[in-house]
Ligand binder design. Structure first.
Ligand code: NAD
Length: 486
């Protein structure tokens, strides 16, 4: 779908009109394009007291070839900055003549143990936020509050959520802000997540909180590395090709004929996976047209049919599967008083129960291999609820329950299960919405626009990544920090 307003206010004439009338001007977001560099520019790094993640953070920043500058307010950790050859300096706000626009602001808050120690966050973002460039990135690193030893530390770490979400709302020009809670001993597992949040792949993901767990059975090659923050990520083979992270993986994607599902198939294939796409028989032509250029496999099955789990298992049996993406979904909107029993039943069955039946079959038969990934597509409707969508919201909240309940059960097999919850995404599903509702859906978020199917697909690819083994049982919204259900 075309966002006429966004296109207009970004045209030379529209820019003048928007300025003179004081209209909001959503930024044209920078999105990932094959062949274009993902990282570049100047990154400002700040830290609170005793930053415990600075070693892996500095190593990572150096490895992607960007120049980092340590903020001078963090005097306590300057020796560390010098050890990592970070330039040190102070930032003047851009409008007071600072020469350099910053591509990203990274803050290591992992060592903060008391609310009285939050002040360096103020100093850092006060100095740097106005210098953050177009489509800039903010990432705050902390420790999972629930794992903190005492109430003061828990409180201070939990406080980071309010800061990060507010930064997402204050940042302008297509910038995003996200918080990553890294468990003690999981610092070496940050790279896939930092790459995602710093790159244009996460263009429409803002205001999110992600937790990376350490060690445990999720770590597949457990005997090969020590449980420290720094060190080698044993989830990944060495050397690791970051351009083809899903090489040699097989991925099943339901509802792959069009919309978000087609984008998921395409992104997973681009990252090296062999994609097996499923869609209903009437979408066979579109499914084949999607999968053919990806050298994928098209299967025309109705996922809700009683025989579907067995059919899918039989089709996958020989080689198994590493990644399962439950994307197929339908809406049949009516207020509950007017909703037919069939409309209720089919939405719950396709959007939720079919996933459970397919997973149970693939897991029981070992077809979904150990170390695998399951990713469900929920919706912000499942978080916030929506008038006229009791069936849909029930099914999508159920997807979240599925993820939460299955994550601990799958841990021993090294399988992670997560969900993405898209907000307003420009597809045929949202094109059917009445105009006023569609416009409201597009604008009521920090980026003041709808997302693209590729935004959801890139988020799923990050969760499917072998380097995302520490992330399980979580829901990541792809909604531009929507106000709905926030
Ligand atoms: P879409 O209608 O464009 O595509 C859905 C695909 O699923 C279609 O190809 C359809 O044929 C297929 N499908 C439906 N029932 C099926 C069945 N029984 N068996 C096999 N395939 C089946 O929808 P979309 O906008 O691309 O949405 C994809 C997913 O994202 C859905 O789960 C939807 O609920 C979710 N979502 C979308 C948005 C949005 O804004 N578009 C927002 C939140 C969540």
């Amino acid at each position: 779908m075309n966002d006429t307003y966004l296109n207009f206010v970004n045209s030379p004439f529209g820019t003048r009109v928007a300025r003179s009338l004081g209209l909001p001007k959503p930024e044209v977001l920078r999105r990932y394009r094959a062949g274009e560099p993902e990282f570049g520019g100047l990154v400002a790094i700040g830290a609170g007291r005793e930053p415990r993640l600075l070693d892996p953070l500095a190593d990572f920043v150096a490895s992607i070839g960007v120049t980092s500058v340590a903020h001078e307010s963090a005097g306590l950790w300057m020796p560390l900055a010098h050890r990592h050859n970070l330039m040190t300096g102070r930032f003047e706000p851009a409008d007071s003549g600072s020469p350099a626009r910053l591509a990203a602001l990274l803050f290591d808050a992992s060592g903060i143990e008391d609310s009285s120690q939050l002040e360096p966050l103020y100093a850092f973002f006060h100095d740097t936020l106005r210098s953050l460039g177009k489509c800039g990135r903010i990432v705050v690193l902390g420790r999972p509050p629930e794992a903190c030893e005492n109430p003061r530390q828990w409180t201070a770490q939990r406080a980071l959520e309010g800061l990060t979400r507010s930064l997402g709302k204050e940042a302008r020009r297509g910038a995003t802000a996200n918080l990553v809670y890294v468990a003690e001993g999981a610092g070496h597992r940050m790279e896939a997540t930092l790459r995602f949040f710093l790159s244009p792949r996460s263009a429409y993901v803002s205001g999110q909180v992600v937790r990376i767990a350490a060690g445990g059975p999720l770590r597949i090659n457990a005997d090969t590395h020590a449980d420290t923050d720094a060190g080698i990520n044993a989830d990944l083979p060495s050397p690791f090709d970051w351009r083809q992270p899903l090489a040699n993986r097989r991925a099943l994607v339901t509802g792959a004929a069009r919309g978000i599902g087609a984008a998921i198939a395409s992104v997973l294939a681009e990252q090296g996976a062999h994609v097996i796409g499923i869609d209903i028989a009437s979408a066979r032509d579109a499914l084949e047209a999607t999968l053919r250029p990806l050298n994928g496999t098209a299967l025309a099955f109705d996922i809700a049919a009683p025989e579907a789990p067995a059919q899918i298992a039989a089709a996958l049996d020989d080689q198994g599967v590493d990644i399962v993406v439950h994307n197929a979904g339908i809406t049949k909107d009516k207020t509950i008083a007017k909703m037919t029993h069939a409309a209720w039943q089919s939405v719950i069955d396709i959007n939720l129960s079919a996933q459970e039946r397919i997973d149970d079959t693939l897991l029981a038969a070992g077809i979904l291999r150990d170390g695998g990934r399951i990713i469900g597509v929920s919706s912000i409707g499942g978080i916030a609820g929506n008038a006229g969508q009791t069936n849909y919201a029930t099914s999508k909240a159920g997807v979240i329950g599925r993820v939460e309940s299955m994550a601990p059960r799958l841990r021993a097999r090294g399988i992670s299960i997560n969900a993405v919850a898209p907000g307003f995404i420009e597809t045929q599903m949202t094109a059917k919405m009445p105009l006023a509702l569609r416009e409201a859906g597009r604008r009521m978020n920090s980026l003041a626009q709808g997302g693209q199917p590729a935004d959801v697909a890139q988020t799923i690819a990050w969760l499917a990544h072998p380097g995302s083994a520490g992330i399980s049982g979580q829901v990541v919204r792809v909604c531009g920090q929507s106000l709905i259900g926030a």
